[in-house]
Design a binder for this molecule. Structure first.
Ligand SMILES: [Zn+2]
Length: 68
């Protein structure tokens, strides 16, 4: 794993784990965005849980359920 990729991954992982990052829910709390809606799918609130588990924009990176 190259150093640049590892830094990129740790940066985003820390945002998800702390819930403090480029999420509209977080930014809106401090007046940095006009709404707490996701800029990609317009769902609200756009928090870490939305980005990891729900947002349609990231579905291709989620593991698929095992088939039986
Ligand atoms: Zn979304």
């Amino acid at each position: 794993m190259c150093k640049q990729f590892r830094q990129f991954s740790l940066h985003h992982l820390s945002q998800v784990l702390t819930r403090n990052g480029c999420f509209s829910e977080y930014l809106n709390r401090f007046g940095k965005t006009e709404s707490d809606c996701c800029a990609l799918c317009w769902a609200a609130p756009d928090g870490a849980e939305h980005a990891v588990f729900q947002c349609d924009a990231f579905h291709q990176w989620r593991p698929k359920p095992a088939s039986t």
